[in-house]
Design a protein around this ligand. Structure first.
Ligand code: ADP
Ligand code: MG
Length: 289
């Protein structure tokens, strides 16, 4: 993406003018865009990607991203996919604009979830619904992390984005797929290698990391000096997080049922959805820290 130009000011397909940058990821740069032809100003987000060699592996992966995103695009908590255009060098994906930015900025810069139990529940349940919808259609996201979850400015509306790593297979052998802090043990592989692993259960683990991020403002595996330290400390002692963070017994109990080493023991999404409502407080200021 270093080879990508600054697209601000470009007009795509004769009618979509690209404006300011909304963000970038490993593959794309995303711009706010305005439809110059429609009578009322209508805004979109346009993801600009390098155009791959036709028939190459990258081309096939890009086709997969677009077709899976289109497949799940109807859900209110998933970013709407409109269409894509190509010129000789780039591919432009037209998406609904989500004005509040991504969940990463909402958590780490805007702190909108801090101490707001009802808002976390509202937002997190929408994220569960988006993921459940994908799973019901046999689509497994594999890259659930705050950068790939978008939200309205006040955090009350959530939309899942970036289907770049999604697959339609309930099992896979892609170890190390996704972003390290969000990867389940079986996806990391190494000493947790169980051969093929379930993409459904891997997504549920990532949701647990996001939930912890929303509640505490930080990634759960970052409290010790290194990522591995904290992660392995937790896997040896499921009360470890509660020792370094003032999370309540209720949240701790729920996280224990998400962060299970055995993926088959992980709490299903439908139960997680129900039980998140039953947790009354997220912090226990009296008994810990
Ligand atoms: P990549 O595949 O390169 O990670 P993403 O689809 O995740 O690309 O988009 C990169 C970033 O652009 C996101 O993390 C988010 O900040 C921003 N972004 C993506 N889509 C939208 C959208 N529809 N509305 C607003 N911002 C978006
Ligand atoms: Mg992304």
């Amino acid at each position: 993406s270093d080879l990508m130009p600054n697209f601000s000011g470009f007009t795509v397909n004769g009618r979509l003018r690209l404006l300011d940058s909304l963000g970038s990821g490993a593959y794309g740069k995303v711009y706010r865009a305005i439809d110059c032809v429609s009578f009322r100003p209508k805004f979109y987000a346009v993801k600009c990607l390098q155009r791959p060699e036709p028939g190459s592996r990258t081309d096939l992966l890009q086709q997969r991203e677009f077709s899976l995103h289109k497949l799940v695009s109807g859900h209110p908590n998933i970013v709407t996919f409109h269409r894509f255009f190509r010129d000789t060098r780039f591919v432009y994906v037209v998406l609904d604009l989500v004005t509040g930015g991504d969940l990463f900025a909402a958590i780490t810069e805007r702190h909108i979830f801090l101490d707001n139990v009802p808002l976390i529940k509202t937002a997190f349940v929408q994220l569960i619904d988006a993921v459940q919808y994908c799973h019901d259609l046999g689509v497994f996201h594999r890259d659930i992390k705050p950068e790939n979850v978008l939200c309205s400015a006040d955090g009350t509306e959530i939309r899942l984005a970036d289907f770049g790593l999604s697959i339609q297979s309930p099992v896979c052998q892609d170890f190390g797929c996704g972003s390290s802090y969000y990867m389940s043990p079986e996806c990391i592989g190494r000493e947790f290698n169980i051969g093929k692993y379930s993409t459904r259960h891997n997504d549920i683990w990532a949701l647990g990391v996001i939930l912890t991020n929303m509640i505490t403002g930080r990634n759960p595996w970052r409290y010790a000096t290194t990522e591995d330290d904290c992660f392995s400390a937790y896997l040896h002692d499921h009360n470890f997080l509660r020792k370094v963070l003032p999370i309540s017994e209720g949240v701790n109990a729920l996280l224990k049922r998400i962060f299970t080493i055995n993926p088959l023991c992980r709490i299903p999404l439908s139960r997680l959805r129900r039980e998140i409502f039953e947790v009354e407080t997220f912090f226990d200021h009296i008994s810990s820290c």
